[in-house]
Design a protein around this ligand. Structure first.
Ligand SMILES: [Zn+2]
Length: 562
């Protein structure tokens, strides 16, 4: 094959690889696909690998659209493969998806976590796909055990918007207590609900022996009277509950005459005066119907909820929404956590707040520099299957890296700095690029006769020559004190490259999930507040704040990932 033909072929595979990975082709992947599909090229593989980097540079400088267009022209069959692969990451079709209405219904007892993000994203993905309606509903009718947190209502709305899932409608259940009371009354009148004054233990015995409790056959009028007394505060907590009459002999004990309302005297954080509160299964069943919800996504551990709610739907002559049960997701790095545990730990001062970088909350991920699209692709990639998934955050990091790597400016940051004196250095200005591949300009770093390098990089001995990245080479004279001398400019491959910062650089504190890293960074970092940048060889961080005190400036950064 002549060199021109080989180059054309390399380009096709580079385009293919780039269109698969958000516009960035990778040398290893291009080579292995090319040689794998064209074994006749094996003998000249070495020659090919020499031209690949050049072709990749050319391809990577194009936009994803340009790459796709070119690939379509020269190898439509490869473009088809790319499309198919992308399709695999799409969610499965929903049955009956004309006019879909879906809801995400959290209890706002804390701000959204990665777990909530799954519900927010998958529901809104479907709604966007079928042009339906997305409802954010606060199921906040438990003022006691899962007590709502006032700030969390706004956090949910903000985080939904940030995640690209702005709700079409926001409903707060505790605003709609009168509706639930009216349905309770209706069910009592239908003979489908009764006031039960048994103690918990008494009822448990009836339930276990599949025997009706003495309240079960009370006349409807008498039940109505007792219900009104409950509402009027004539009972104390636990003295009475309202139960839905199901099947006291049902093979699943959880479905036998379940509680739909109970008395709670703790005041709701939103200041409501109600004494009788609906259980989640009741409230959400009524709301799903009233809001015309067509499809429900819920954890497979909630099968019993559907069983209970179906009794209600049957009494009221309603049609139950289509339900998809999905498995649990556990994320290695976070283990098992619950919103109430996090809340207690914050109160104890174990975390800086809900956006502490250690926490799996959306506000923490946002502060650390995660892109909402990365969280969306991560969640869509996990799909909606009923099997439990155990996954590492590395996958989310990879999604995020694909997005931020393209634009994050590069800076030098030196952790645990050590001063290095350079003999023979004249003041100069280093001009490293802001980004290694896109043409967005340079930083300017003024250097005198001293720099800081990281103590972790001191793995050399006197006499060794190292290269200070994008500056010049130095020869080590002594380690304590650390002294080097100028040693030319030529970049040879053998030289160990060491990162450095000017000794008048800015103090930077990086908050990571493991703790705080202190170090010195370039001056340019101060102009990147709210931006995600890469501290070279350290990782991606979001510059959070510049704190100025007298003549000292401190940068606060949040660590995203490597
Ligand atoms: Zn009873």
């Amino acid at each position: 094959m002549d060199p021109e033909a080989i180059r054309r072929l390399v380009k096709i595979y580079a385009l293919y690889n780039a269109s698969r990975y958000d516009g960035k082709a990778d040398k290893g992947a291009v080579m292995s696909k090319l040689v794998g599909e064209h074994p006749e090229l094996r003998p000249v593989a070495k020659d090919i690998s020499n031209i690949v980097p050049n072709v990749i540079d050319e391809v990577n400088s194009l936009t994803l659209q340009e790459q796709t267009k070119l690939l379509e022209n020269c190898a439509p069959e490869l473009l088809e493969q790319v499309t198919l692969e992308r399709g695999k990451k799409r969610l499965p079709e929903l049955p009956n998806h004309e006019h879909i209405v879906m809801r995400f219904a959290p209890n706002p007892n804390g701000p959204p976590t990665l777990g909530s993000a799954r519900g927010i994203i998958i529901n809104s993905e479907y709604v966007q796909k079928y042009n339906g309606t997305f409802i954010l509903r606060f199921d906040d009718t438990d003022p006691q055990t899962k007590r709502p947190m006032l700030e969390a209502y706004d956090s949910y709305i903000e985080d939904c918007e940030w995640l690209g899932a702005t709700p079409d409608l926001v409903v707060i259940a505790s605003d709609r207590m009168a509706i639930y009371y009216s349905y309770a009354e209706k069910l009592i009148k239908l003979g489908a609900a009764y006031v039960c004054t048994c103690t918990q233990e008494e009822f448990k015995r009836y339930k276990e022996t599949m025997a009706p409790c003495p309240d079960r056959d009370r006349a409807r009028e008498a039940n109505l009277q007792l219900w009104r007394e409950m509402l009027d505060g004539l009972f104390r907590e636990k003295e009475a509950v309202l139960r839905i009459k199901t099947d006291i002999k049902h093979k699943n004990p959880a479905l036998r005459d379940w509680i739909c309302f109970r008395i709670i005297y703790t005041q709701h954080p939103r200041g409501l005066e109600c004494l009788v509160w609906p259980m989640l299964d009741f409230e959400s069943a009524i709301e799903d119907h009233l809001l015309n919800v067509t499809h429900i996504l819920r954890g497979k551990d909630l099968h019993d909820s559907e069983g209970r709610q179906r009794f209600l739907y049957d009494y009221l002559g309603w049609q139950y929404p289509l339900t998809i049960h999905w498995g649990r997701i556990s994320i290695h790095e976070f283990g098992k956590f619950s919103t109430s545990e996090i809340k207690r730990a914050i109160e104890k001062g174990l975390y800086r707040g809900w956006d502490d970088p250690k926490l799996p909350t959306i506000c923490a991920l946002r502060r650390r520099g995660f892109h909402p699209e990365a969280i969306r692709s991560f969640m869509v990639g996990l799909g909606v299957s009923e099997s439990d998934i155990s996954i590492s955050l590395e996958n989310l990091y990879a999604e995020n890296r694909k997005i931020i790597d393209l634009s994050a400016h590069r800076y030098f940051f030196v952790k645990e700095p050590m001063r290095m004196r350079i003999i023979g250095a004249t003041p100069t200005t280093a001009r490293p690029p802001l980004h290694p591949s896109s043409n967005v300009g340079f930083r300017e770093i003024h250097v005198g006769s001293e720099v800081f390098i990281s103590s972790a990089d001191i793995k050399f001995a006197p006499g060794d020559v190292i290269r200070l990245k994008d500056l010049y080479n130095v020869k080590i004279v002594s380690l304590e004190p650390l002294i080097a001398e100028r040693a030319g400019d030529e970049r040879t491959k053998q030289l160990k490259i060491v990162h450095w910062v000017p000794t008048n650089g800015l103090y930077v504190e990086v908050l990571t999930p493991e703790g705080v890293d202190g170090g010195i960074g370039e001056h340019g970092i101060a102009s990147e507040v709210n931006n995600v940048v890469q501290f070279e060889r350290y990782g991606f961080v979001r510059i959070d704040d510049v704190v100025k005190r007298e003549d000292e400036t401190k940068i606060i950064a949040y660590f995203a990932h490597k």
